[in-house]
Design a protein. Structure first.
Length: 382
């Protein structure tokens, strides 16, 4: 009989050794002491991860049939987190999955596997000690909160599957959130940046990032079909992101659902219209551009990989002695300009494509207050 996905099996994981994949099963001897069993797959590491994972699953099933289900301790918490991660693939966006995968495989699993903590034996104090460990490693409280959120969601699923009786993440003290004040450029700094960028392949994506406050995925995913020169509008409806495959550099293009707040149509001012129109004429002349052709291309004339854009932007600032900000801070720069020009927060929300007004207020309320202070100073002179 085929074992169901959520049945508890002997836990195990893959390990690299001398260029080959090995299966390591988490077995115990008669006294309950851990006695890991190493099994050679005879598969070289290169290009065989998927096959090795299949062999791992088959071996775990075989040993579960031989030894029965794990004892009272059950599977390790680290193994459960990997099982949960596998279930999340396809249920969340590729970007969210990659974030889950990075946190779980590079931090949560190594920490808890080393300590041998079983899923059913996980305590609130174990989580709090993990958060303290993250702090010792220099991880910011806000990043540690993301780790807590991953664990909380996974344990909520474990409760639903009747693997544990309660979600201990609900009673653990999570790291305290730090107030985040986003950085942004002033108008003069923006002008200086754009002056130095003229003629560079990053000029167009940076202009679009500053003017529209586009996310990195949105500016790189912008296609010519989304630019309506006749009606002078631009529709944000495509993104260019990393997929959820095991290939770290696999980039995919993804449509934004119309019901999402990030799907939005915005006006094109004359300067941006001229910039885009000239760019299109240079590339295609009087011929129509392919609908799925990206507006922003690198120096080789190819669509831009997201991390490459980030790295090039960072290096450009350093090479030109410009104040270093993150690429995403161009989005905050757009918001700061809007707010300083007394654009209502709800309109800023719609312009940036935030899902809620609360998100906009949390990020930019301090800028709105600074504008009010300036107004008060003006009124004092009356």
């Amino acid at each position: 009989m085929q074992r169901k996905e959520n049945d508890i099996m002997v836990s195990g994981h893959l390990q690299l050794k001398k260029g080959n994949w090995y299966i390591v099963l988490n077995l115990h001897d008669e006294t309950g002491k851990r006695a890991p069993k190493w099994i050679a797959t005879h598969l070289p590491v290169q290009g065989n991860k998927r096959r090795a994972e299949e062999m791992l699953l088959q071996t775990r099933q075989q040993y579960t049939d031989i030894y029965g289900k794990p004892g009272p301790s059950g599977p390790l918490f680290a193994d459960y987190m990997l099982q949960w991660l596998a279930r999340m693939k396809g249920k969340v966006s590729p970007t969210t999955y990659r974030n889950y995968k990075y946190v779980i495989e590079n931090s949560i699993c190594p920490y808890f596997r080393e300590r041998g903590i079983p899923l059913r034996g996980l305590r609130a104090i174990d989580l709090e000690e993990y958060y303290a460990y993250l702090q010792e490693q220099g991880v910011s409280p806000n990043t540690a909160i993301h780790h807590h959120a991953n664990i909380h969601k996974a344990l909520k699923d474990a409760v639903r599957l009747d693997l544990v009786d309660r979600n201990v993440a609900e009673i653990a003290d999570r790291p305290q959130k730090q107030k985040y004040l986003p950085a942004h450029y002033s108008a003069s700094e923006v002008n200086q940046l754009l002056d130095k960028l003229r003629g560079h392949w990053m000029y167009v994506p940076v202009v679009l990032s500053v003017f529209y406050g586009l996310r990195r995925s949105e500016v790189l995913g912008l296609q010519w079909e989304s630019v309506d020169f006749e009606n002078k509008t631009i529709t944000i409806q495509h993104t260019r992101i990393y997929g959820d495959s095991d290939e770290t550099d696999a980039v995919i293009e993804r449509d934004i659902l119309k019901r999402k707040s990030s799907y939005r149509t915005l006006p094109i001012p004359e300067t941006v219209w001229t910039l885009l129109h000239n760019l299109k004429m240079v590339r295609y002349g009087e011929n129509p551009a392919p609908n799925d052709a990206c507006v922003c291309l690198n120096r080789e004339g190819k669509p831009v990989a997201p991390n490459y854009f980030t790295q090039c932007f960072k290096q450009f600032l350093r090479d030109n002695d410009l104040r270093e900000i993150r690429l995403h801070d161009l989005r905050h720069t757009c918001a700061s300009v809007l707010i300083q020009n007394r654009v209502p927060l709800i309109e800023v929300q719609q312009w940036l494509g935030h899902s809620t007004l609360e998100t906009t207020a949390d990020l930019y309320a301090h800028l709105e207050y600074e504008t009010k202070l300036a107004s008060a100073e003006t009124l004092k002179k009356i």
